[in-house]
Design a protein around this ligand. Structure first.
Ligand code: 4AD
Ligand code: MG
Length: 479
């Protein structure tokens, strides 16, 4: 007999038919010679109920049907008398495929996420992680579908690179050299000519620079791949290995970039509501997030606020005057801390904010420079800033903070070179990038969405380590 997945078995109405299901025992209870098994095979958050009579099975088999055990069940599909389920299976044959003794770490209900992280290889079999992983898959499908439907080409950028896109130096090195026997020059600098690539290479922090090559040839591309950052940030929002989606679009301006950011996120949230109903309903509970679905629906109704950084600083300064206390300073020119972002999003506007026109000094070299005006500059909708600003355009979300980092790109070779030299950046590995501005340069823009931050928002989970199967964080590369 062919196996029926639990998700399909639950939809069947051919009562009386023979059926075969296989999966893991979530729980077993029994009374008066009858036992009930809740069986789950990962295809859905829902379990199928298996009913059996002790007398029809040998005692040894029944004993092995414990929480976590893997079993194969043949029986008859029947209408269920119990509330909350349409069908159940009257078992005629049960085979224990993999027994599971009391040392199984996921045996108890309601274990802490902290505990489950230490058993990340087994936590996938819990209801919560099953739900999160199915939603994760669905979000990947949403993303590919959105871009495909909007004429973007899926573009693969390298993971191993010799350039530092964000210029922050948070890169993991890639080498085949014997680290105990490094060849160095007279100044003590490592010589890489005998290394695999013949030069210093690292894991990418962003595919953007190569993405720009794609966009300025194909019109609109997106990447979706692993990204690596060796930042020593032990926060619930940072991973050392995360997945990033980076669309890049030729002929796009600042307003259109914001439109895209907003439309894209809303599409993903709508997809979750349309396609992940059962899992969202499960996650929408008092232990996890009792307002999850309400919050997701709320975001769809909101028009995101479009706010120049300078105006944001004014709002924060005003709040301080009125008695609001922040741990970190927020004067014009400061990089906003997450407490500032959250104040703007959660307390002041109470909706997502697209912040734009950041001070040049706190953003990356490639962003489009706003027109200067004296010591300052003029940006979005004529907003005058006291210093130079760039068209960096980030999306700030409730509970998450920065979910998207994006910008219009500087298309003028001269201005871009000016910024690179002001930052004393080494152009050896950027000449190919500058060629996009040398030959047929065009206005273009793009952004990067942190996939796990989107999953955090959509699932209501609190810690980024709990929305990726095997998190990589400082001092942790287990599994
Ligand atoms: O703001 P970031 O650093 O922007 C870039 O890398 C640009 N090159 C993107 C672009 O314009 N194509 O990163 C983009 C997003 C952030 O908004 C955040 O959501 C996520 O990536 N992100 C991280 N997610 C998890 N762990 C980390 N350590 C992250 N760093 C950034
Ligand atoms: Mg950023």
């Amino acid at each position: 007999m062919q196996r029926t997945k639990v998700i399909d078995a639950l939809k069947r109405t051919d009562y009386g038919s023979d059926i075969l299901v296989e999966g893991w025992v979530r729980s077993k209870r029994g009374s008066k010679g009858i036992f009930f098994i809740a069986l789950n095979d990962g295809s859905t958050i829902k379990n199928i109920q298996i009913v059996g009579e002790d007398q029809n099975f040998d005692e040894a088999t029944v004993k092995l049907i414990t929480t976590g055990a893997c079993i194969s069940v043949e029986g008859k599909l029947v209408e269920s008398p119990a509330a909350g389920q349409a069908v159940e299976i009257q078992a005629t044959k049960i085979e224990v495929l993999g027994a599971c003794d009391a040392t199984y770490p996921m045996q108890k209900k309601g274990q802490s996420f902290e505990y489950m992280r230490q058993h990340a290889h087994m936590r996938l079999r819990t209801n919560t992680f099953g739900a999160v992983m199915r939603i994760r898959h669905n979000m990947a499908m949403a993303i590919h579908t959105y871009f495909h439907e909007h004429g973007f080409f899926y573009f693969h950028t390298p993971l191993i690179t010799a350039s530092d896109c964000e210029g922050a130096g948070n890169m993991f090195q890639v080498t085949t050299k014997n680290l105990y026997d490094l060849k160095k020059d007279e100044q003590g600098k490592i010589i890489y000519d005998d290394d695999f690539f013949g030069e210093q290479t690292s894991l990418t922090v962003s595919g953007q620079l190569e993405g720009e090559l794609g966009a300025t040839a194909l019109g609109a591309i997106y990447t979706f791949g692993p990204t690596f950052r060796a930042e020593n940030s032990n926060t619930p929002r940072h991973l050392a290995e995360f997945w990033m989606i980076e669309p890049e679009i030729a002929f796009m301006d600042q307003e259109e970039l914001m439109d895209l950011e907003e439309d894209f996120i809303k599409y993903c949230v709508r997809w979750a509501l349309d396609n992940c109903k059962d899992d969202l309903e499960f996650l929408n509970n008092p232990r996890l997030d009792p307002h999850l679905i309400e919050r997701l629906e709320g975001v769809l109704k909101e028009t995101f606020v479009r706010l120049p950084y300078t105006e944001g600083i004014n709002i924060l300064q005003e709040a301080i005057k009125n008695g609001k206390k922040f741990e970190f300073p927020c004067n014009w020119g400061d990089d906003l801390a997450s407490e500032h972002e959250r104040y703007l999003v959660e307390e002041h506007f109470k909706k997502p904010v697209i912040m734009t026109d950041y001070p040049t000094a706190i953003k990356s070299f490639y962003m489009k420079q706003n027109a200067p005006q004296g010591e300052g500059s003029v940006g979005y909708k004529g907003c005058v800033a006291p210093g130079p600003t760039m068209q960096g355009t980030d999306v700030l979300f409730p509970a998450i903070g920065e979910i998207i980092g994006g910008s219009v790109r500087e298309e003028s070779l001269e201005k871009l070179q000016g910024e690179i030299s002001r930052r004393h950046m080494d152009t050896t590995h950027l000449e190919w990038y500058l060629d996009t501005r040398r030959w047929g340069s065009c206005p273009h823009a793009g952004f990067g969405l942190g996939f796990e931050r989107l999953i955090l928002f959509v699932t209501g989970m609190q810690n980024i380590r709990d929305v990726i199967p095997f998190p990589r964080t400082p001092k942790n590369a287990a599994f």
